[in-house]
Design a protein around this ligand. Sequence first.
Ligand SMILES: C[S@@+](CC[C@H](N)C(=O)[O-])C[C@H]1O[C@@H](n2cnc3c(N)ncnc32)[C@H](O)[C@@H]1O
Length: 217
Amino acid sequence: MGNKEQYIPAAKYSILTDLFDPFMKYIMREEKFKNELLDEAKIQKRDTVLDFGCGTGTLSIMVKDKVMDTIVHGVDIDPKVLKIAKNKIDNKGLSIDLKEFDGINLPYENNVFDKVISSLVFHHLVREQKVKMLKELYRVTKQGGEIHIADFGKPQNLTMRAGFFIIQLFDGFNNTKDNLIGTIPSFMEHVGYKNVKEVQRVMTILGTISIYSGTKF
Ligand SMILES: C[S@@+](CC[C@H](N)C(=O)[O-])C[C@H]1O[C@@H](n2cnc3c(N)ncnc32)[C@H](O)[C@@H]1O
């Protein structure tokens, strides 16, 4: 791909990408917060779902495991994680459409997704990218469709704050500052989503993961 936006790989350094799945499973309690996210999303049979920043495909696969009769699309900026996702999806014999993204225009028409889901992507984006990506996600969400985001949120105590400091040291301070002060919901509202709420919080060793939901009317 030609003009691609700069991005932070799943495990910050490309060389660590293969360690991302064990890290998510054993350190980040991914099963817990991804299941909470999917419980909030209430994905129905025949829903068309977009997993934004799908990484190695775990969340997309969980959607199919829960409701087989769905049309699931995963999009990510990093071809290396998409390759891992494709292998996992093929090994399970599932059908999930994966696309590489240039970081600017999502490769989908307007108003196509019933549910947009995303896990741990927004803390990789600086404020301007967060808003731009949300605008793009709003564009591709159907009227009446929903967005459900799981990402680091405002820590609810000092232990969570200390955990999140480690993430900031590793992933960067500029791209994580809005997570820390909990402003992602205001960006969701800014691009047009309504009924925006923090619906869940999950404590992890590396900080609070908040689940934010909103609807496009
Ligand atoms: C921490 S990983 C999370 C992956 C996956 N969603 C999960 O929860 O297992 C963050 C992902 O966001 C992707 N990413 C970073 N910037 C992006 C952007 N601008 N557009 C789409 N994906 C992006 C990275 O390539 C990486 O796969």
